[in-house]
Design a protein around this ligand. Structure first.
Ligand SMILES: Cc1cc2nc3c(=O)[nH]c(=O)nc-3n(C[C@H](O)[C@H](O)[C@H](O)COP(=O)(O)OP(=O)(O)OC[C@H]3O[C@@H](n4cnc5c(N)ncnc54)[C@H](O)[C@@H]3O)c2cc1C
Length: 378
């Protein structure tokens, strides 16, 4: 068992950490306050191949391994959790699905444009009536002469107002249960596709989250992804990989909260000494640091196993369950360490506290992760 990063992974980490420190950190608070999508940051990220982290070089990507990608997300989330979720959905659930299930023609048609950031990816699974119970989709794709006609609506779509390439899940056979769901690559500029207004969220304010309406949208036959009726399996398999990405986002948030708490508690004095001399503050810091390390081990292990082609259903769910709880706990403790200042928007921990919360909700709530783990335990 080797706990060291290889040389390439160390180089990637330094490159992305420098990028995040210089280009993202100075803007992150304003982007959150102004609810502004980080379009300029994404352009710079694309120039560093961060929109095609795992896409093979022949399609214009960096072709990196899963652990390198997870480190990218951790470093970006440390600076800005909104930017991290944009990249996570785009790279894992967008690019990743086409890489894994696309035909050569589909890869050639889409990956060179997504990997360079020309088209941002999205994952269109959730609906107003289908959240944790993702099999109960109402969006229908009906066979027509030139492909499929789709009607329905999708809820909470990350990158919704900015995406060009959606991975859509819709019912193609109402009588076949989960075997009646199929996956499609959806050109988001197609006639009949429209994005609703931005959801007003608790956090992740620089990310875009919208409803997507689909009204008589014609999807050409060649955009069916994988076999007809395999869509539910594809959605669930991609969520396994996605959950490692959300674990990495959580890890980045938790580490940022820990660092803010360490820094502040060394500077702030009460009763004539820095507050980090008080045991109760030290215990907050030690518990945070221990949980951050445990989250990293679970997350990196899931990533390495994924790269090795192992089944990672349980490992990914455990990493997401634990790392997301750690992000919420660490952000909460960091606010506490900051006292009244932690409640003031000028301090980064206030944003971390709001951003952390959703990590326990999307790509499967913590209750759903426990259901997944329980099934794997037999
Ligand atoms: C900011 C944001 C971004 C998102 N991005 C995307 C995206 O890009 N694409 C996409 O498809 N979706 C996206 N989602 C949707 C997200 O994945 C869902 O919100 C999530 O899966 C939960 O579904 P729900 O909100 O309908 O909650 P519900 O499923 O209604 O759950 C409500 C509560 O009931 C619990 N519950 C439900 N069923 C069970 C059960 N069987 N046992 C125990 N407890 C249960 C849940 O854990 C939860 O606590 C996003 C959501 C948010 C908030």
């Amino acid at each position: 068992m080797d706990f060291e990063l290889n040389e390439q992974q160390r180089i990637i980490r330094k490159m992305v950490r420098d990028f995040a420190t210089n280009e993202i950190t100075p803007l992150a608070d304003d982007l959150d306050r102004n609810k502004e999508f980080p379009a300029d940051i994404l352009k710079k990220a694309a120039a560093l191949s961060l929109l095609g982290v795992r896409v093979p070089p022949e399609y214009g990507g960096a072709g990196l391994d899963m652990l390198s990608y997870i480190i990218v997300l951790e470093e970006i989330a440390y600076a800005c959790a909104s930017t991290a979720v944009i990249l996570s959905v785009h790279n894992t659930l967008g690019n990743g699905t086409i890489m894994k299930y696309g035909t050569d023609a589909q890869k050639e048609a889409w990956l060179p444009r997504t990997a360079t950031g020309e088209k941002l990816g999205a994952y269109l699974l959730t609906e107003p009536g289908a959240g944790s119970d993702a099999a109960s989709l109402a969006t229908k794709a009906e066979k027509v002469a030139d492909g499929w006609r789709v009607n329905g609506s999708k809820a909470f779509i990350t990158n919704g107002a900015h995406c060009g390439c959606g991975i859509l899940y819709a019912v193609t056979d109402s009588a076949a249960g989960t075997k009646g769901i199929s996956a499609f690559v959806l050109d988001m500029q197609s006639e009949g596709v429209s994005s609703g207004p931005e959801e007003k969220k608790m956090g992740l304010n620089a990310s875009s989250t919208t409803m997507i309406s689909l009204e008589d949208v014609i999807i050409p036959e060649e955009n069916l992804l994988g076999e007809e009726g395999r869509g539910f399996n594809i959605a669930m398999e991609m969520l396994n990989a996605g959950r490692i990405g959300i674990a990495a986002q959580s890890l980045g948030i938790a580490r940022a909260a820990l660092d803010e708490a360490i820094r502040y508690s060394a500077e702030r004095e009460q009763f004539g000494k820095p507050i980090n001399r008080f045991q109760s503050i030290q215990w907050h810091l030690t518990d945070m640091a221990t949980d951050v390390e445990a989250s990293r081990l679970l997350t990196y292990r899931a990533a390495v196993d994924y790269e090795a082609g192992k089944t990672i259903i349980k490992e990914a769910a455990m990493a997401k369950l634990f790392a997301s709880r750690t992000a919420v706990n660490c952000a909460e403790k960091a606010v506490q360490v900051h006292g009244g200042y932690g409640y003031i928007k000028e301090y980064k921990v206030e944003r971390l506290f709001r951003d952390a919360r959703v990590t326990e909700i999307y790509e499967g709530t913590s209750e759903v992760q426990r259901m997944v783990i329980a099934r794997q335990l037999g």
